[in-house]
Design a protein around this ligand. Structure first.
Ligand SMILES: C[S@@+](CC[C@H](N)C(=O)[O-])C[C@H]1O[C@@H](n2cnc3c(N)ncnc32)[C@H](O)[C@@H]1O
Length: 399
């Protein structure tokens, strides 16, 4: 049993999203927020753990660390695992899954180490009771995360279960959509004010648009999800359904009903159809609309706003075509997107050169295994000078 009312947690994320995750945690009321590599640690109670799982847009999972030891080799690892009194946390009726992340030269096979850890736990139960907990890789009652960094092994309980990017709003698709956590991270990184226009003119299955709509109306990303790991916890931190309902209702009560302009474009009618279905499933079809069209013909609403594009990176296109596509994006920004902050996420550094505009920000991110840049191009209405004058004028009025 985890006794303390407040305890340390670790929210895992993707490379480059640590800062936005810290901002999210601070806004949610976390204590002792600290940035790490692809993770942010913080302190909170059981209710906050539920809230973090439900509300954090850029977290992949929420871990609760409970034990740390030094490790030298396989034998010392097994022995240290055996020294823990596992009965404090679980019993023979629990089911187990173990994930291992290695950041060390001591071991090479993470799955093998997960197997060793499972052996140590079940051997202990068998020796004491003649019975052992069984393994359930899909929906275990106890999911343990093992992280070995150089010679330090940290054991955590995984409160999320399936990765939190699996929001539950998307139908199964054969497209290769962007991960929801990355999509939400992109929207938050742009600093979009949630009131000006938002456009993704190459929207694919619509993930970025859906995440923007959730952000705009305060819809918690876990709103659609039906399963969290902590719901199956018994001995170490019994699930409190009443507390979960209070947290869930509190978050739902903060949902707003603004009608922003959130627009998508997609050249392929079949893909656009899929996007429309996803948008409906996410119940944001009242704010998001999609048109089948080439980006160069996209009708841009007047005013200001944010554009995010996750274009093809060119793995399946020849060099000339990909160059032309990126040139078209730059030309169209200049011609049609005055007043907009336009952002492109791509792993194709060569193709970026064809955009032909100077980026005002470059952020390094990973889209799955692909190292990417998220580039910002500020398109002014009229000239830069006029824009600056406008800003100064607005400032004066405010003062
Ligand atoms: C990498 S995918 C976008 C994936 C999307 N972010 C998602 O989550 O599903 C790029 C999309 O751009 C579309 N596309 C390519 N050229 C286009 C163009 N000229 N105008 C509009 N869409 C285009 C492709 O059909 C494809 O669906």
């Amino acid at each position: 049993m985890i006794e303390e009312t407040e305890f340390k947690m670790i929210a895992k994320t993707s490379f480059g999203l640590e800062e936005v995750l810290m901002q999210e945690l601070n806004k949610l009321g976390a204590k002792d927020v600290e940035e790490h590599n692809r993770a942010v640690s913080f302190t909170g109670d059981k209710g906050f753990m539920y809230k973090a799982n439900l509300c954090l847009r850029t977290a992949l999972r929420i871990l609760v660390p409970f034990h740390t030891f030094k490790v030298t080799d396989e034998k010392s690892f097994y022995n240290s695992m055996q020294e823990i009194n596992w009965e404090e946390y679980m019993d023979v009726t629990d089911t187990l899954a173990i994930d291992t992340v290695l950041n060390t030269d001591l071991f090479t096979h993470s799955q093998y180490l997960s197997q060793k850890a499972k052996d140590a736990i079940v051997d202990q139960f068998r020796a004491k009771h003649g019975e052992r907990p069984s393994v359930d890789l899909d929906k275990p009652t106890v999911r343990i995360n093992i992280h070995i960094y150089i010679d330090t092994c940290t054991l955590s309980f995984d409160s999320s279960g399936e990765s939190l990017h699996k929001r539950g709003y998307r139908d199964k698709t054969n497209l290769a959509p962007i991960n929801e956590v990355l999509a939400a991270g992109l929207v938050l990184l742009t600093g979009w004010d949630k009131r000006t226009n938002f456009i993704d003119p190459m929207c694919g299955s619509g993930t970025i648009l859906i995440e923007a709509a959730l952000i705009a109306n305060n819809i918690p990303p876990g709103y659609y999800r039906e399963d969290y790991g902590f719901e199956r916890w018994k001995k170490m931190m019994p699930y409190d359904e009443e507390l979960w309902n209070t947290i869930f209702d509190g978050a739902v009560n903060r949902i707003t009903d603004h009608k922003q302009v959130i627009l998508g474009g997609e050249i392929s009618p079949n893909v656009a159809k899929k996007a429309k279905e996803n948008i409906k499933l996410a119940k944001v079809d009242d704010v998001v609309s999609i048109k089948v069209c080439d980006m160069k013909d996209f009708e841009v609403p007047a005013g200001r706003g944010v554009v995010i594009i996750n274009p093809p990176y060119g793995e399946r296109m020849d060099k000339d075509n990909i160059g032309e596509l990126y040139k078209m994006m730059g030309d169209t920004f200049k011609k049609n997107f005055g007043g907009y902050d336009c952002w492109i996420l791509s792993s194709n550094m060569e193709a970026f050169k064809n955009v032909g505009l100077r980026p005002s920000r470059k952020i390094a991110l990973f889209n799955g295994p692909l190292e990417c840049r998220f580039m910002k191009y500020e398109m002014y209405q009229g000239t830069k000078r006029v824009h600056k004058l406008e800003e100064g004028y607005k400032k004066k009025i405010k003062e």
